[in-house]
Design a protein around this ligand. Structure first.
Ligand code: FE2
Ligand code: FE2
Length: 157
């Protein structure tokens, strides 16, 4: 699969999770708690494969996008902390929904920037064959990507 198509499909799956969270009743604690597990897993894998495969390739092959990549890395960094914090405070905390809402807004902003500001420039700069090749690498990286936001940190729960 084409790398950009693969990443966009991931984005779509995440926004489906977000819509489901919004539709869930506030009282549905198990559903709301499961949401953060599902969202954390999907976002951790997605961020990791972008960081391992896509961002480095874009950075070296499309130099004018270097600032966009650096900004994206910072957004991933903040997202991982937020995901960890949400899982740690738990669904009963009065700040849970507020933190989830802000996290979802930040992810939407990040995805919007990727899809509208710079993915089109990557598509322009790289050949179809190269995008297919990166797509295959992304697919492969998914298998070993971390399932949690900050796997190198031990978090006391
Ligand atoms: Fe990203
Ligand atoms: Fe992305």
């Amino acid at each position: 699969m084409d790398a950009i198509a693969l990443l966009k499909a991931d984005h779509k799956a995440v926004s489906k999770l977000f819509r489901e969270y919004k539709a869930a009743k506030k009282k549905d604690s198990p559903g709301r708690a499961k949401f953060i597990d599902d969202a954390s897993k999907a976002l951790s894998i997605h961020a990791a494969i972008e960081e391992q495969v896509f961002y480095p390739a874009v950075r070296s092959e499309v130099p004018k996008l270097e600032d966009a990549i650096l900004e994206s890395l910072e957004e991933h960094h903040v997202l991982k902390w937020t995901l960890e914090e949400i899982a740690a405070i738990g669904v009963e905390d009065e700040r849970y929904d507020a933190k989830v809402t802000v996290m979802m807004e930040q992810v939407r902003h990040h995805v919007e920037e990727e899809e509208t500001d710079w993915f089109p420039k990557v598509r322009e700069a790289l050949t179809r064959a190269r995008l297919q090749e990166l797509g295959a690498q992304l697919e492969k990286a998914k298998k070993t990507a971390p399932r949690t936001p900050n796997p190198d940190r031990v978090v006391a729960r």
